[in-house]
Write a protein that binds this ligand. Structure first.
Ligand SMILES: Cc1cc2nc3c(=O)[nH]c(=O)nc-3n(C[C@H](O)[C@H](O)[C@H](O)COP(=O)(O)OP(=O)(O)OC[C@H]3O[C@@H](n4cnc5c(N)ncnc54)[C@H](O)[C@@H]3O)c2cc1C
Length: 427
């Protein structure tokens, strides 16, 4: 049972406490609505720093923020940890794993999920990094592979255990490759003095001609140079076709023997069922310029899960934090306007730019009219990420971890708290 009391105010149910859902909830604070926030987790997950959890640079608590804390001092807001299973639009009902709730307005902010483009072998055998448990799994796998490499005398297997293949060179793949390269250069030689760490390989595989394809050519080339200097092997125009748990195969005939394939090559929308007729080809929910789901005035979708087609964004906005935050903020205003019977404001994305870091002192930054890289870009990257984290505790945890890691050349959180159990050595 959700046990939400009736209210004289209209009820807004927000499904998903990610960037979009939290932005909306924050803007609805103490307005004339009853706000009900639902999420299958009880925390907001700051995904941009997830690769640092996976590589032992940060503890998971530093990038997770309790959703209850976000709404705790609101006049009329409730959080329930619930997995939404279905929308019953005819009866204005949301069916969850803990019960059913009625809505006046419902906002779908369920984000995205990994896209394997139908390849079940890759889905079964690869590692991903969309949630904190997945990042912790990856951390465990990386460290366990090194422990296993120490224990085997099979030289081919040892090499495969120390070979990390990252598929997809968007910001996630690039940042992860940079972090792994830093571990190879600064951490693993000290931790595993009896292993030949020069045998560790980081292979970054990208289907298109450039890494960081969505960024400027200048940033893409600079990032490529930074990664190569760190020892990362980059394979452009290379499409991965299969991974059976031991061997990665590509369309152009490359083969990588590896016990760790990390898939960051695609995402698709993660809609709730019940509105399936309005999905686009990336499983995103088609919305109009007010984020209203096609055919409805009381159902909205915001963030990664929403596809708002326009002249500039032919296939919808980039699946990034800023469009999600901005859509959430505008929707709060539009919900108030709806209640006052005023006309709604159209969403216009304010693109503030994008950035990626490639290890210490190195980052690339694209602002609308300026592209730069190097140490200054790295400081900008750090400042923006620290500033964007929710909560003083998380900001200070991340800040002090970075200071420590920077001066000690260490990754303090390289601990296997929860072993990753997967029978991945398929002999
Ligand atoms: C590893 C990684 C790194 C990234 N780095 C960057 C970056 O550097 N910069 C950038 O701008 N963007 C980055 N992104 C993308 C960015 O995180 C997303 O665009 C952003 O999170 C989208 O926000 P959202 O609110 O739409 O979805 P999310 O933030 O994904 O939130 C969705 C929420 O919905 C909940 N949920 C989903 N389904 C259900 C359900 N059925 N029932 C209940 N709850 C549900 C989830 O638990 C989650 O809390 C990164 C993403 C990843 C995975």
């Amino acid at each position: 049972m959700l046990n939400i009391p009736d209210s004289k105010n209209p009820r807004v149910v927000i499904i998903g406490g990610g960037f979009a859902g939290v932005s909306l909830a924050q803007k609805l604070k103490n307005k004339n609505f009853q706000v009900v926030l639902l999420d299958k987790h009880n925390y907001h997950n700051f995904q941009p720093l997830m690769y640092q959890v996976a590589t032992g640079g940060l503890e998971s608590g530093a990038i997770a923020y309790p959703l209850r804390k976000i709404v705790q001092d609101y006049k009329e807001a409730f959080f329930r940890m619930a997995l939404v299973e279905k929308l019953d639009t005819d009866n204005k009902k949301i069916i969850t794993d803990i019960g059913t709730i009625y809505y006046d307005y419902v906002v779908i902010a369920t984000g995205s999920t990994n896209n394997y483009f139908g390849n079940t072998q890759i889905e079964k055998n690869s590692m991903v990094m969309k949630t904190i448990p997945e990042a912790l799994n990856l951390r465990s796998l990386i460290l366990e592979n090194f422990e296993l490499a120490l224990q085997t005398n099979d030289l081919q297997l040892r090499k495969a255990l120390m070979n990390f293949v990252i598929v997809g060179a968007g910001p996630t793949g690039v940042e992860l490759a940079g972090a792994l390269a830093e571990m190879k250069n600064a951490v693993f030689p000290k931790d595993y003095p009896d292993l030949d760490i020069s045998q560790m390989e980081i292979n970054l595989v990208q289907g298109s001609e450039n890494i960081l394809d969505a960024m400027s050519r200048k940033s893409s080339k600079a990032a490529e140079k930074f990664l190569k200097n760190l020892g990362v092997k980059i394979h452009l125009k290379t499409i991965v076709t299969n991974y059976d748990g031991n061997k990665v195969e590509t369309k152009n005939g490359l083969v990588f023997e590896t016990q760790a394939l990390i898939w960051s090559a695609g995402v698709k929308g993660a809609p709730v069922s019940g509105i399936d007729t309005t999905l686009d080809r990336a499983s995103r929910i088609k919305v109009n310029e007010f984020n209203q789901v096609e055919g409805f005035t009381d159902i909205f979708a915001i963030g990664d899960v929403a596809a708002m087609y326009g002249e500039k964004y032919q296939y919808g906005h980039p699946m990034m934090a800023q469009p999600a935050i901005q859509q959430g903020a505008l929707l709060a205003e539009n919900l108030e306007r709806l209640e006052k019977k005023q006309s709604l404001k159209k969403f216009v994305y304010n693109d503030k730019g994008s950035m990626a870091t490639i290890g210490r002192n190195k980052a690339v930054v694209d602002l609308p009219k300026l592209h730069f890289n190097g140490v200054f870009a790295w400081f900008v990257w750090m400042f923006v990420h620290l500033f964007s984290l929710i909560g003083f505790k998380n900001k200070s945890l991340v800040f002090w971890s970075w200071v420590y890691n920077y001066f000690v050349f260490d990754r303090e959180s390289r601990v296997i708290i929860r072993p990753f159990r997967k029978n991945r050595i398929n002999n």
